[in-house]
Design a protein around this ligand. Sequence first.
Ligand code: UD1
Length: 365
Amino acid sequence: MILSVVGARPNFVKMAPVVREISRRKLPHMLVHTGQHYSPEMSDVFFRDLDLQKPDMNLGAGSGSHASQTAEIMKAFEPVCAQAEPRIVIVAGDVNSTAACAWTAAKMQVPVAHIESGLRSFDRAMPEEINRVITDHLSSLLFATEPSARKNLLREGVDAAKIFDSGNTMIDSLIRGLEKALTRRAWERYGFREKSYALLTLHRPENVDRPSTLLELNRAVCQIASRIPVVFPIHPRTLQRIEVLGAEWSGVTLTEPLGYLDFLSLTAGSAFVMTDSGGLQEETSALAVPCITLRKNTERPVTLTQGTNRLCAVHEKKIIEQAFRILEEPRPVPTAIPLWDGGAAERIVSILEKFLAEGDSFGRA
Ligand code: UD1
């Protein structure tokens, strides 16, 4: 049996195409939700929008410090894994659920497959970077979304026979959902015209947890909003910080977190995006929407070289300059990033099937 793990918002988007493909091939399968994200708008709506089957089990881990959240997930996952006796555990991305379940499975000698393997920001101050490194080094099958990932893994001594250039399952979800998303015209709900508003998301601890940084972002965004309206769906972590900060967001429309299709609609219809999200750098690149990533680094360099992404660390003047420059520039021309073609899940599940069929002889041609 194959056991797939999801836990937090980006996992649902990355795993949905894989779970659907496993079920299309009628392979024995179990879907476990760790419960890292639990609010309906952070979890349930994604299952609906992505046609993702209901989880067979929810571990109910919930929020907490890194150590306690990771520990809760591991404690709850171990007996589930012991009882289900999976032949392989699939994890995706870089959240605490990913590393916790990979670690648990590896210690029980269950092979782990990691979707979105090999990305590196080279910044260990990001909890996600630690999760990526741990998960990759515990995995038997490593599915890479972009060329930098393979290079990073080889440099770290990972056996080349375990690495597969699969493409990007997040883009599988985007390609599948785009038509439906566009018919929603989510921008009209906020009174905007298509391509005449900017979209903002913020949730990284380094941007929202320190009041002085959040205030600097607030000032930059309000300046930008004096030229173009900005819509800001707010992550629960950020909402807590914004309430404490008490700053005005003039010209900015604040909304609750949105479901997958509404958010995709809002992204595709925007003039540009400002974000500190990982996935959104890829989604905007696939959609040819300009993106300012409010970070010093990215683990997704292909979005800089072949996509529409540009980095801008938190600096009031520089953010405003970048945004105003985008407004003067012609719209980017869409370019295809290799293997971001809607076929990643199919490629991944074919390799999983081969792995399960060949057992120990897998990869020893
Ligand atoms: C997590 C991931 C991050 C990912 C993000 C996507 C880790 C280390 N971080 O960050 O990589 O980009 O998800 O959203 O795994 N909360 C709710 N409802 C929920 C979930 C969380 O209100 O359903 C609130 C809680 O107060 C919680 C806080 O948000 O303490 C942060 O949640 P947590 O899962 O710890 O991290 P994220 O910031 O969501």
